[in-house]
Every structure is written in C-alpha cells, then in structure tokens.
Design a protein around this ligand. Sequence first.
Ligand code: ADP
Ligand code: MG
Length: 252
Amino acid sequence: MLEIKDLHASVAGQDILKGLNLSVKAGEVHAIMGPNGSGKSTLTNVLSGRDGYQITGGQALLDGHDVSELDPEQRAHAGMFLAFQYPVEIPGVSNLEFLKASLEATRKAQGKEPWDAVTLLKKARETCKQVDLDPQFLKRGVNEGFSGGEKKRNEIMQMLLLEPRLALLDETDSGLDIDALQVVARGVNSLRSPDRAIVLVTHYQRLLDYIVPDHVHVLAGGRILKSGGKELALELEQKGYGWLTDQEDAPA
Ligand code: ADP
Ligand code: MG
C-alpha cells in the first residue's frame, strides 16, 4: 500500500530525511519511534503533502502512485488520513460542517453513497459516544478551545467516520491522560482490518501497550536505523535510543 524508497526530504532548506525506506502492507500496523527531531513528523508531513516539505530524492508510492504528484485532496481521496501532532483550530466552521464537507468529498471519490443530513448526524453522534466526546462538540468551531485530549478524541472521531485505508497518526499519545489514551487506542484498534494500514508515530512505549503493532521502526537522523516486531518497542523502553545512534556514529 505504501512503499517508500530511499526518500530524501528537506524543510526550510535543511535536509531532514536522508534515505528512508519503509514498506507498509494492507492489514498492518507499523509504529515509528525515535528521538526528538529525528524526522518523524517530517515524514508524516511529507506523505500528507504539507506545504514547505519537499521531496528531494527517492520516492513514496501510495498504491503505486507517487505521492509527490498527488495534491492533498487526492491523497485524502486515495484514503489517506493524517492526524496531526498539533491539530489546527478553524474558528467559525463547526465541527459538523467540517465533517460533512470531508465526508462528502471522500465518500464521493471512493465511489461510496453520500450520507443524507439525518444519517450524517446520527453517525456523528454515535461516533462521538464511541470516543467519549459529548455530541455538543459537533456544534463547536473545529478544535476551538478544545483541550488536548478533546482534540485527539475529535480527530479519532473524524478518522472513524472517514474510514481511511491508510491512517497516519503522529504522536497521538502526547499529553494524553490514561483515559484519553485508551479511547485513542480503542478507536485505532477498531479500525484495524485486512484492507487497511495504520502508521503510528509515537515517542513512548505506553501507547503500544494498547495498540500492539506488527512492526516497530526506529527513525533517527532521517533514516530507519532498526526494524523489528513489537518486542523492539520494549527493548527501546529499557535501553533508550543511544545504543542505536552510537552504532550509527561509530566508524565502520
Ligand atoms: P520529530 O517529529 O522526529 O521530533 P521533526 O520531523 O518534527 O522531528 O523535525 C526534524 C527536524 O526538522 C528538526 O530539526 C526540526 O527543527 C526540523 N523542522 C521540522 N519542521 C520544520 C519547519 N517547518 N521549519 C524548519 N525546520 C523544521
Ligand atoms: Mg514530531
């Protein structure tokens, strides 16, 4: 589904990704861990086509299509969903209006029937309950005045409704209390399916107690330094990242 080959990318004229390889198949959950500033958010931003993030070498293929040739709308339509590390506020646009617009565009592009207003409201309310979010949040401006936990619940709610094929979640655990963490994990786990892939960027092992990944990768210095199964996350929790990055710095 996602095939990244020798990807190089820069932000603000600075090379951040330096030959990153990653292969994600349908049905898999991948966790990407790594020290601060290693390029994890850059990777998700590059994949989602965020302004200012340039691919300078290699390629990232989504279902065989070069993502650099897709605009953000086409990526969304191809079934890519990105939950940001820092979700944006959109004052004046209600959450429900935002959802309606996203769902209409996405479902149309995926060849699915649009939902009428009654169905949309019903599904949105149900999904709010699923993530322990008061349905009143549907009326409020997108993320306006939401706490960190509410923003995340809201994002997971959007994700569940949009039914993406490839979900990219960046530091979904940052600043969440244990209840919110479990809500996020439940939401992500309920999305797991053979035709869907999930890439989870996380700094801490604790989220992976609830969302057990099939593959774990360590990103440092703009490259994947090590890959393994779920036990790699436990090893990192005990040993930190130093033993990997030291190896990298050592003369060959
Ligand atoms: P991580 O998510 O792994 O902590 P990031 O991908 O956010 O790391 O950042 C990697 C490097 O890229 C950092 O040195 C950061 O300062 C730099 N960087 C990321 N985004 C920008 C930006 N918009 N402008 C300038 N530098 C950036
Ligand atoms: Mg980050």
